[in-house]
Design a protein around this ligand. Structure first.
Ligand code: 6IA
Length: 140
């Protein structure tokens, strides 16, 4: 199973370490196509050294190749919102993980979408449990 993990980059890197933990967990069960999202050395200013058009085309190719998307949406990100909408367009299953204690309110366009599963969590264990059952559903 191939997973597209989405998390904020230019929207802010305050949750980058958390993305790394979630990605490590997902990798126990599946291939993660977007491991760099959890890389602490990738920050909003200094990235991989590729052009924006290269990154856009490459990421969309990965998204199309993936079986499902897991997005951490506590830090709002234009790129993550765009990726979620594109995943829905391609009929991928999408799990959005949201920590209400982040201090940011989740966009109604995500919270109200019938095409995404939203898991509100305050403890990382709850997020990992939601990931495990989401991946398990994909195997049925
Ligand atoms: O708007 P954002 O930058 O927060 O969007 C983040 C989302 O878009 C992530 O889920 C990624 O899949 C994708 N994305 C955005 N920027 C990049 C990137 N380098 N490399 C890979 N994926 C990206 C940006 C370079 C920058 C750090 C200088």
């Amino acid at each position: 199973m191939r997973v597209y993990f989405a998390g904020s980059i230019r929207g802010g890197r305050q949750d980058a370490a958390l993305y790394g933990e979630l990605i490590s967990f997902i990798k126990r069960y599946a291939e993660v196509l977007t491991e760099h999202v959890g890389d602490l050395s990738l920050n909003r200013d200094r990235g991989e050294g590729y052009s924006a058009s290269y990154i856009h085309a490459r990421d969309l190719d990965w998204l199309k190749e993936s079986d499902l998307m897991i997005a951490e949406v506590s830090t709002p990100s234009l790129g993550v919102g765009y990726e979620i909408a594109t995943a829905i367009h391609h009929h991928k299953r999408v799990l959005c993980l949201y920590n209400p204690k982040s201090g940011k309110k989740l966009s109604a366009m995500i919270a109200g979408s019938p095409d995404v599963e939203v898991c509100a969590y305050t403890d990382i264990g709850e997020a990992l449990g939601a990931i495990a059952s989401f991946l398990g559903e994909g195997e049925k």
